[in-house]
Design a binder for this molecule. Structure first.
Ligand code: C5P
Length: 285
């Protein structure tokens, strides 16, 4: 009866903020990659109307502040089935408010899942348009893989897949507010920008090392100094353990490193677990 759908985490291999727009959002340029760290969702149709969500993390909202619920609402509205009841069981594994796109990916999984469950037949493009109304990263999460995201994040160019590699992911415990970081970045004169063109060139040539060396996220500069120190420390552990490159993802605070060898990535995970609680090993997908 229920349908299982999986929601993959995303990494920002590069993240550049190009400027603030009249609508209050920012124009971005980001190289995105999905990683095999998943939330699991079970979707069921219910007799009674309304969208019910139950999550294995009690601090998560179960109303439309949860992007999975917001996505279900948008979807039912779009296909004219507002009265349809839906139950969503959400098993979170992706760290929350981490810069890993977990909420956006849950929303994307709900859109894909309900499209199938209800036989609604919306195209990928139509799902992405709907996703855009739920959150800026949702269209990318519907596609996954390796892509360049521009505009608010919704203008996607699929790219040659990143050569397979291992990823060590570490979320330090401090909280980050995405709107606050966006407003901080408006008042900064950025000293360092990612070499997106060089990263795209490396990717086109299948040059994992060249890409990893060019990874950079401008939000690292917008962090308060002590937090920036934490991010730098995690990066240096990753590099010491053999990462080809290391970078913060999204508006943080998660930091990740890319590794050619699984053993090196495992070593990094073990070293970071001595100090941090939320540390994971993954592979690009
Ligand atoms: O679109 P989403 O709801 O995910 O965005 C969350 C917040 O991040 C926005 O309210 C805005 O402050 C900021 N944002 C932005 N420019 C973007 C994406 C997000 O300013 N392209």
């Amino acid at each position: 009866m229920g349908m299982e759908v999986y929601a993959a985490a995303k990494l920002n291999l590069t993240l550049d903020v190009l400027g603030k727009r009249p609508d209050g959002y920012h124009d971005l340029r980001m190289l995105m990659q999905s990683v095999g760290l998943y939330d699991r969702l079970t979707l069921e149709l219910r007799e009674e109307s309304g969208i019910l969500l139950h999550a294995n993390r009690s601090f998560l909202p179960s109303d439309s502040r949860n992007l999975a619920v917001a996505a279900a609402e948008r979807f039912l509205e779009r296909v004219g089935r507002q009265g349809q009841g839906v139950y969503i069981e959400l098993e979170k594994h992706i760290p929350v408010r981490a810069g890993l796109g977990g909420g956006s990916s849950d929303a994307a999984a709900v859109l894909r899942g309900l499209n199938e469950l209800l036989g609604a037949g919306l195209s990928g493009q139509e799902l992405e348009k709907l996703g855009e109304q739920v959150g800026s990263d949702v269209p990318y999460c519907i596609r996954g893989g390796t892509a360049l995201a521009e505009g608010r994040g919704e203008l996607l160019t699929p790219l040659r897949p990143l050569p397979h590699c291992y990823v060590a992911v570490c979320k330090p415990a401090f909280p980050i507010s995405t709107p606050t970081l966006f407003s901080r970045i408006d008042s900064l004169r950025l000293r360092c920008r990612p070499d997106t063109a060089g990263a795209l060139e490396a990717l086109a040539q299948g040059d994992l090392g060249g890409l990893a060396r060019r990874m950079y996220n401008v939000f690292e500069e917008a962090l308060p100094p002590s937090r920036r120190g934490d991010v730098e420390r995690i990066k240096s552990v990753l590099i010491d353990q053999g990462a080809l490159g290391a970078c913060m993802s999204g508006t943080g605070p998660t930091v990740f490193g890319l590794f050619r060898e699984e053993g090196d990535a495992r070593g990094a995970v073990e070293a970071l677990r001595e100090e941090y609680q939320e540390v994971f090993l993954g592979e690009t997908v």
